[in-house]
Design a binder for this molecule. Structure first.
Ligand SMILES: Nc1ncnc2c1ncn2[C@@H]1O[C@H](COP(=O)(O)OP(=O)(O)OP(=O)(O)O)[C@@H](O)[C@H]1O
Length: 371
C-alpha cells in the first residue's frame, strides 16, 4: 500500500499522543490503525485547533463524516486540542508497481469482474460496482468485454453512442452518470451479433482496451465474458488486471463454475479480491419474509474455502433489474436505498483489497530482489 507523504508539524510532546490515538482508530476496511495504514498525511496545530490530513488508498467518501466525528471524539481527550479540522483525500496506488503487462495510459488500477457461468448478474454487478466506486470519490471507467452479449451500453443508457477518433488511432469513450464506458456493442449495429473465435475475440478486446482514449482513471472495471475458457485466460494475460471480483449465485452449479473462475485467476497470478454473491435472497416487500430461492451461504462457504473475502450478498430484487433495464443502475437511480448502500460497501471493500494486495505484492517483489 502506498502510504501518504507525511508532513507532521507537532511538538514531540503532542505528536506521540496524537499518533497513538489515531493508530488506535482501526480502519474497518484496511483492518489497521490509521497511522500503520499510512493514512495520516498532515498534522499541524493552530492554537488549540488540530489540522489533520488523511489520505486513503481506497475510495470512501460517503464515510468521511462518520470518520471525522469518531476521530474528533477520541482526540478531544487531549487538553491541547479543542477542535479538529480534517481534510480527507483518496489516492490509489498506481498499477505499474506490480503488473508485468504494459500499463494502460491514464489508468491506475484494473478490476476484472468475472463469473464462471452466464446469467448470474455479472454485468449488473460490474456496472453498479463502477458507479459505486465513483460515488465513493473515484474516477472510474468500465470496459464491456462481454463480447457475446454486450449489455453495458443499455445498462448505462448510452446505446446510441458511437466512438469517434480525432487522430484515426484512438477512440473516444462514452460518458454516463459520471463514468466513462467503452463497449464492443458501440461498434455493432443493433441487429448484428458478434461471432468470435477465441484468439480473435481476445485480440479485438485488447485492441478495444488499448485504443480507447481513457481520461485519467483511478479504476477501470472490466466486465469479462462469462466462463473460464481461452478468451478469459488470454484476456487476463493481455490486460494489466490488478485484481478480480468473482460473481456467483448461491446455486451449486454456479458455485462450481465460480470455483473454476477463481482457479483461472490464481493460475495467471491475478489476486482474487473477493466474491460477490448475487441473488442471495429475496425479501417479500409486504411481509418482510426472507427466502433463499437459489440456496444459502454458498458464497460464504466458497470464500472461506478459498480464503478470499465475501464482498457482499445482494438480494434478488425487481428494482435491480428494472433500473439497469432503464439505463440508470440502482446506485444512481436510488442512491439512498439499501441496495445502493450494499454496492457502495462492496466498492469500498474492493478498493481496500486492492490497496492491501499492493502490500503483499510489494513484499514479495522485494524478497525476490534480495535473492
Ligand atoms: N440482484 C438482482 N436482482 C434482480 N435481477 C437481477 C439481479 N442481478 C441481475 N439481475 C437481472 O438478471 C439478468 C442477468 O443479469 P446480467 O446480464 O447482469 O448477468 P450476466 O451474468 O452478465 O449475464 P451474461 O452471462 O449473459 O452476460 C438481467 O436481466 C438482470 O437485470
Amino acid at each position: 500500500m502506498s502510504s501518504a507523504s507525511q508532513d507532521y508539524r507537532l511538538s514531540d510532546e503532542l505528536l506521540g499522543p496524537v499518533l497513538a490515538i489515531l493508530d488506535a482508530y482501526q480502519d474497518p476496511y484496511l483492518a489497521q490503525g490509521l497511522v500503520s495504514a499510512g493514512c495520516v498525511s498532515k498534522l499541524s496545530i493552530d492554537g488549540k485547533r488540530l489540522q489533520l490530513g488523511l489520505c486513503y488508498p481506497y475510495p470512501c467518501m460517503t464515510q468521511y463524516r462518520d470518520t471525522v466525528m469518531a476521530i474528533t471524539k477520541k482526540l478531544a481527550v487531549l487538553d491541547a486540542i479543542d477542535e479538529v479540522e480534517c481534510e480527507i483525500d483518496f489516492q490509489p496506488a498506481s498499477i505499474s508497481a506490480i503488473s508485468t503487462v504494459e500499463p494502460i495510459p491514464n489508468v491506475k488500477q484494473v478490476i476484472a469482474v468475472a463469473s464462471g457461468k452466464g446469467g448470474v448478474g455479472k454485468s449488473t454487478t460490474s456496472v453498479n460496482l463502477a458507479l459505486a466506486l465513483a460515488a465513493e470519490g473515484a474516477k472510474v471507467g468500465i470496459l464491456d468485454a462481454d463480447i457475446y452479449g454486450p449489455s453495458i451500453p443499455l445498462m448505462l443508457g448510452v446505446s446510441d453512442f458511437r466512438p469517434v477518433s480525432a487522430d484515426g488511432k484512438m477512440m473516444s469513450a462514452a460518458t454516463a452518470h459520471g463514468i466513462s464506458a467503452q463497449s464492443i456493442g458501440f461498434m455493432l449495429a443493433d441487429d448484428e451479433a458478434a461471432v468470435w473465435r477465441g484468439p480473435m475475440a481476445a485480440g479485438a478486446l485488447a485492441q478495444l482496451l488499448n485504443e480507447t482514449l481513457w481520461p485519467e482513471l483511478d479504476y477501470l472495471v472490466i466486465d469479462m465474458p462469462p466462463g473460464t475458457g481461452d478468451i478469459q485466460l488470454t484476456l487476463s494475460q493481455k490486460v494489466p488486471v490488478t485484481g478480480a471480483v468473482v460473481v456467483t449465485t448461491p446455486q451449486d452449479i454456479a458455485l462450481a463454475d465460480a470455483k473454476k473462475g477463481i482457479s483461472m485467476f490464481q493460475k495467471v497470478n491475478i489476486p482474487v479480491l473477493g466474491i460477490v454473491e448475487n441473488m442471495s435472497f429475496h425479501m417479500c416487500s409486504e411481509c418482510g419474509h426472507k427466502e433463499h430461492p437459489f440456496g444459502s451461504h454458498g458464497g460464504s462457504k466458497m470464500a472461506q474455502r478459498y480464503q478470499v473475502p465475501l464482498l457482499g450478498e445482494l438480494p434478488l430484487k425487481l428494482n435491480i433489474r428494472e433500473d439497469v433495464d432503464n439505463g440508470k443502475p440502482t446506485v444512481v437511480a436510488d442512491p439512498d436505498s439499501e441496495v445502493a448502500a450494499l454496492y457502495r460497501e462492496i466498492a469500498r471493500k474492493v478498493g481496500a483489497q486492492l490497496a492491501l494486495t499492493k502490500v503483499q505484492s510489494t513484499v514479495s517483489i522485494s524478497i525476490s530482489d534480495d535473492e
